[in-house]
Design a protein around this ligand. Structure first.
Ligand code: UTP
Length: 467
C-alpha cells in the first residue's frame, strides 16, 4: 500500500509528513497504530504552540508581586487551629469531601517500569505508594464513619496497569463503587530545533501525558464532576501519587478552606532557603499564582522581611482543596488552562529508522499544570504545613541527591518514630513504620501503647500487632 495520500497532504500542511517516512517497512497492524497516534494529535494546535512557546526563554515577571494570603504555622493560635479542625471534621463527616489522586505521569526520572503508584515505598512493609495512600484514606473514612470516593487520574501510559492492579488487589480495601479511574490526554514531543513531531518507534509517535492540568478536562469529560455532584461531594482533596506523606483529606486544611470561603486552597511548606527548587506561591493584584523556581529571579527569592524570614517563603507541594463548583466552572472552559513548554530528552527514531538516545534536551514537550487554576480563584488561600509531616516526594532513583525512595522512606520512619516518642515510647535508632489503620497520628498512637514502651528492633506496627 502506498503512503496514504490524504494523510500525507494533511501532515504536509504542518510540515509533519516525515511521520509516514517508514510506512513502506510497516506491517498492516503497525500502520494502523501509527495512523491512530496521528489521528489523536491536533496538528494545528501543536504548530501554534511550538511557534508561541517552543523557542521562548523564561517569561517576563510582572513587577507588582507580593507574598500570598496564608495561614502560617508560627502565627496560628491554638483556638484558630481548633476551629479549623472542627470545620474540616464536619465537612468530612457530612460526606461532602471526595479525593482526587493524580497518577498519570510517566515517572521517567524514577526509572521504574510500572506506574509509579505501584512502587514499593513502605520502609518495612514495602507497601506500594497506592497502598500507603489508600490506607490513609481508609483511616480517614473509618474515623469519620463516612465514604470518601476516590478519583484516580491515569494516562495511556498508566491506565491499564493501574486498573489491573486495583482489580487484582480488591481495590486495596475500598468498596469498588468508591473508586473511579479517569484517563487524561496526550501531546506529542517535537524536535526542539525544527518543531517536527518525534517518532518513538517507526510506527509510534512520541506521545506523553499532557500534564497534571489534563486532570480538569479528563474529570469533566469522564463524567466525574457530574457523578461527584450526584454523590453530594462539594470539595475535592487533591494530591499526587508520589508523596507517601500526603496528608490525605487533612482536617485542618479543609477547615481553613471553609472558614476562609476559599474556592481553591493550597498547602505550602516554608522553603529551606532562597535557592530551594520548588514552585513559589506569589500574589499579584488579588490573585495567587505559582512561579516555577527556574523563572523566579534570585533577588526576589532571597528577599527578607522585618522578622528575618523569606518574603517568598511558600513552596508548593502540589496539594489542594478545590470546590467542585469552581472546577465545574473552569472545566466548562477547559481550554483555558494554558500549555507550558519544557525542554526534555526524548529518545526517538531517525530517518534511517535508528533509535537515538539524546544526551541533551532535544525536544519540546507541552504540558498543562493544575496550578494554573489558581488565578481564577477569587479567594485563594495558602496553608502552611510542616514539611516533615506532609512532603516526601519520590521523583528520582536512589543515588540522586534528593527526592529518592530512600529519602522518602527515611521521612516516613522519622515521622512515625516521632509519633511513638510523643506517646512516651523509647525508640532505638531502628526503622519503624506504622500502618494508618493501626494509628494515623500521635493521638492514636498514644491510645495504642503504654508510656515507657521500648522499641529496640525494626518494627512495623499494623493491625495484626493488636493480638
Ligand atoms: P511529575 O511531573 O513530578 O513526575 O508529576 P512524573 O510525571 O511522575 O515523573 P517524571 O517527570 O516523568 O520523572 C507529579 C505528579 O503529577 C502526576 C504524576 O503522576 C505525579 O503524581 N502527573 C504528571 C499526571 O498525573 N499527569 C501528567 O501528565 C504529569
Amino acid at each position: 500500500m502506498e503512503r496514504p495520500r490524504e494523510w500525507l497532504s494533511r501532515l504536509a500542511k504542518y510540515g509533519q509528513e516525515h511521520l509516514l517516512q517508514h510506512w513502506d517497512a510497516l506491517t498492516a497492524a503497525e500502520r494502523e497504530s501509527l495512523l491512530a497516534d496521528i489521528e489523536s494529535i491536533d496538528l494545528k494546535e501543536v504548530a501554534l504552540l511550538y511557534e508561541a512557546l517552543g523557542r521562548r526563554g523564561a517569561p517576563e515577571l510582572p513587577s507588582d508581586l507580593g507574598p500570598p494570603p496564608a495561614i502560617r504555622l508560627h502565627r496560628e493560635s491554638a483556638a484558630e487551629r481548633k476551629r479549623a479542625v472542627e470545620a474540616g471534621r464536619r465537612a468530612l463527616a457530612e460526606g461532602k469531601v471526595g479525593m482526587i489522586l493524580v497518577a498519570g505521569g510517566q515517572g521517567t526520572r524514577l526509572g521504574f517500569p510500572h506506574p509509579k503508584g505501584l512502587f514499593p515505598i513502605g520502609p518495612l512493609s514495602r507497601r506500594t505508594l497506592f497502598q500507603v495512600l489508600v490506607d490513609r484514606l481508609l483511616a480517614v473514612r473509618r474515623r469519620h464513619g463516612v465514604s470518601i470516593p476516590l478519583w484516580i487520574l491515569t494516562s495511556p501510559a498508566t491506565d491499564a496497569a493501574t486498573r489491573d492492579y486495583f482489580r487484582k488487589h480488591n481495590y486495596l480495601g475500598l468498596p469498588e463503587e468508591d473508586v473511579f479511574f479517569f484517563c487524561q490526554g496526550t501531546m506529542p514531543a517535537v524536535d526542539r530545533a525544527t518543531g517536527k513531531i518525534l517518532l518513538a518507534e517507526r510506527h509510534r509517535v512520541a506521545l506523553s501525558p499532557n500534564g497534571h492540568g489534563g486532570m480538569l478536562a479528563a474529570l469533566h469529560e469522564s463524567g466525574g464532576l457530574e457523578r461527584a455532584g450526584e454523590r453530594g461531594i462539594e470539595y475535592f482533596f487533591y494530591g499526587q501519587v508520589d508523596n507517601p506523606l500526603l496528608p490525605v483529606c487533612d482536617e485542618r486544611m479543609i477547615g481553613y478552606h471553609l472558614e476562609y470561603s476559599s474556592e481553591l486552597t493550597s498547602l505550602a511548606v516554608a522553603k529551606r532557603g532562597p535557592e530551594e527548587r520548588v514552585g513559589h506561591f506569589v500574589e499579584r493584584a488579588g490573585s495567587v499564582q505559582i512561579i516555577e523556581y527556574s523563572d523566579f529571579p534570585e533577588e526576589l527569592a532571597s528577599q527578607i522581611d522585618g522578622d528575618g524570614r523569606l518574603v517568598y517563603w511558600a513552596g508548593s507541594i502540589a496539594v489542594h482543596v478545590m470546590n467542585r463548583a469552581f472546577l465545574q466552572d473552569a472545566a466548562d472552559e477547559a481550554e483555558s488552562l494554558p500549555y507550558h513548554a519544557a525542554w526534555k530528552k526524548t529518545p526517538f527514531v531517525d530517518e534511517r529508522g535508528e533509535r537515538v538516545e539524546p544526551t541533551e534536551p532535544n525536544s519540546v514537550k507541552f504540558e498543562r499544570f493544575i496550578f494554573d487554576l489558581l488565578p481564577r480563584a477569587h479567594r485563594p488561600l495558602v496553608v502552611e504545613v510542616a514539611r516533615d509531616e506532609a512532603f516526601a516526594p519520590v521523583k528520582n532513583a536512589d543515588g540522586a541527591a534528593s527526592d529518592t525512595p530512600s529519602s522518602a522512606r527515611a521521612a516516613m520512619v522519622n515521622l512515625h518514630r516521632r509519633w511513638l516518642q510523643q506517646a512516651g515510647a523509647h525508640v532505638a535508632d531502628v526503622p519503624v513504620e506504622i500502618h494508618p489503620l493501626w494509628a494515623d497520628g500521635p493521638e492514636e498512637v498514644a491510645a495504642r501503647i503504654e508510656r515507657g514502651m521500648v522499641v529496640e528492633r525494626p518494627t512495623y506496627f499494623h493491625t495484626h500487632c493488636e493480638e
